[in-house]
Design a protein around this ligand. Structure first.
Ligand code: TRP
Length: 472
């Protein structure tokens, strides 16, 4: 009901909530590890180009749709384009949110477990300062965490329950208020760590790894991964930003807010790389360490400080918190679909959704694969993955992540771009972009944005996807 809708207290409230959604495990966990796996440099450049020319324009389009319709995602498409197939873009977003949250929660679970490990003194191999670090022990700790079925399912349950409590009680307010404190702390901590990282022997090598142009290491699949990640990290392509935009006041500027969110998100991602890789190279570990990268390297950074374990506790608490401000935006999309479209009560919608997402996440939680009741789930179900067209090496976890980031988000993003650029009338669109915005009133800016949204973004998404899937 449009009249009863909440609204952000201020433009800053929107920026913080949206930045809370954008800055998450994608920046601190996923971006460094996929950069490592894709050979660094060229991958980072492609990612930055995707952010600027595809991700940011689509974010503006997505916020625009939400603010214009003042509705959550499926209803928004239906409101602007009644009786059309466009609402399927909204449904796709609901499905995408469910898939992402199912494995996102497993990673957030690792983060919470690392808080526990740091508190209980279980981070072996990192207590003697950076010279005394034992890479094999660090690796063994992470591998043991990833392989433990009860631990993974347990923390996955805890994190889903936390997300449900917050979204169910509608206490985003409280979380956003806490985020106002925790996000700047995270930012400061990353800045301090960056200064420390520049003093390490491995910094030069790491800088070259992250910013050197090693195009020979880039593959077609890597380009798709960079594109997909630009959606993932900005939280665009599934209606989360649309939903947040629907609470934005008409007179608030959607251009400068989108730019601010994008800059903040990108800064955190690059800082994460420039902190992690110097450590990686200094202690002689592999940049392509995979999903364990942040968990293995971060405690090392604290090893030389007095009270190193305490710093690890603080870092992993902040990481958990960054995950939580993102997960609530992921749950909000499917939950508000059930509330707005099916007329369910909020507690019922949240409970049912969370139960379903928890169940869907269990295969990901068991992906690290040792025995559960004597059976290795990952190994036992491998034929199913192979039948689904996944090459042998991919786990359930990898499969869900691949599906969501590299297929569902780009397709959703294309739908959003086409809708905002072709279906919404020019007069209304112009008025939305211009509202409260100095930049948005400049004709040249508007036209460049519109052309990016009309042609470059959809064509780039199509070409990159077809190429990576071997069809072009
Ligand atoms: N952007 C978040 C991250 O980087 C994840 C996330 C939250 C997300 N909401 C989203 C991704 C919506 C895609 C769509 O960790």
């Amino acid at each position: 009901m449009a009249t009863e809708r909440g609204q952000w207290g201020s433009k800053l409230g929107f920026i913080l909530a949206a930045a809370g959604s954008a800055v998450g495990l994608g920046n601190l966990w996923k971006f460094p590890y996929i950069t490592g796996e894709n050979g660094g440099g060229a991958f980072v450049i492609v990612y930055l180009v995707c952010i600027a020319l595809v991700g940011l324009p689509i974010m503006m389009g997505e916020v625009l749709i939400g603010r214009m319709a003042q509705r959550s995602t499926v209803s928004a498409f239906r409101h602007i384009a009644p009786q059309s197939a466009w609402q399927s873009v909204g449904w796709l977003g609901v499905v995408t949110g469910v898939v992402i949250l199912s494995y996102y929660s497993v990673v957030a679970g690792w983060s919470m477990h690392y808080v526990y490990l740091a508190v209980s003194g279980g981070l072996s191999g990192v207590t003697e300062g950076i010279e005394g670090v034992d890479p094999a022990a660090i690796k063994a700790t992470f591998n043991a965490v990833a392989a433990d079925p009860a631990l993974n399912v347990g923390w996955h349950a805890v994190f889903m329950a936390l997300t449900a409590l917050i979204v169910g009680a509608g206490v985003q307010q409280g979380v956003e208020r806490a985020a106002r404190v925790m996000m700047p702390v995270l930012f400061l901590m990353m800045t301090a760590l960056l200064v420390y990282a520049t003093t390490l022997d491995g910094f030069g090598k790491a800088f070259d790894f992250v910013f050197g142009l090693h195009f020979e290491r880039l593959t077609g699949a890597g380009v798709l991964e960079a594109l997909g990640h630009s959606f993932f990290t900005l939280s665009v392509g599934m209606g989360a930003m649309l939903t947040y935009g629907s609470y934005l006041a008409k007179q608030d500027d959607l251009v400068s807010t989108s730019v601010a969110i994008t800059l903040l998100d990108t800064a955190v991602a690059l800082m994460a790389c420039l902190v992690l890789f110097p450590i990686t190279f200094t202690i002689g570990m592999e940049p392509a360490a995979g999903p364990g990268l942040v968990f293995q390297n971060m405690p090392v950074a604290f090893a030389e400080l007095p009270g190193g374990a305490t710093w690890s506790v603080i870092f992993f608490v902040l990481l958990t918190f960054a995950a939580l401000t993102s997960s609530i935006s992921l749950l909000e999309v499917p939950a508000s679909y059930l509330i707005d479209e099916r007329g369910w009560s909020r507690p019922k919608a949240v409970t049912v959704m969370v139960a379903a997402i928890f169940a869907l996440g269990v295969p990901s939680a068991l992906s690290g694969g040792t025995a559960l009741f004597g059976a290795d789930f990952q190994a036992a179900t491998k034929p199913v993955l192979v039948a689904m067209g996944q090459e042998g090496g991919k786990s359930w976890f990898d499969t869900f992540d691949y599906l969501a980031s590299n297929i569902l988000l780009p397709v959703g993003g294309m739908g959003i771009a086409l809708f905002a650029a072709w279906r919404i009338g020019d007069k209304a669109r112009r008025a939305e972009v211009a509202a409260g915005s100095t930049l948005g009133r400049i004709e040249g800016f508007y036209l460049v944005w519109l052309q990016l949204l009309r042609y470059l973004a959809p064509i780039a998404i199509l070409v990159v996807m077809l190429h990576a899937l071997g069809l072009l």
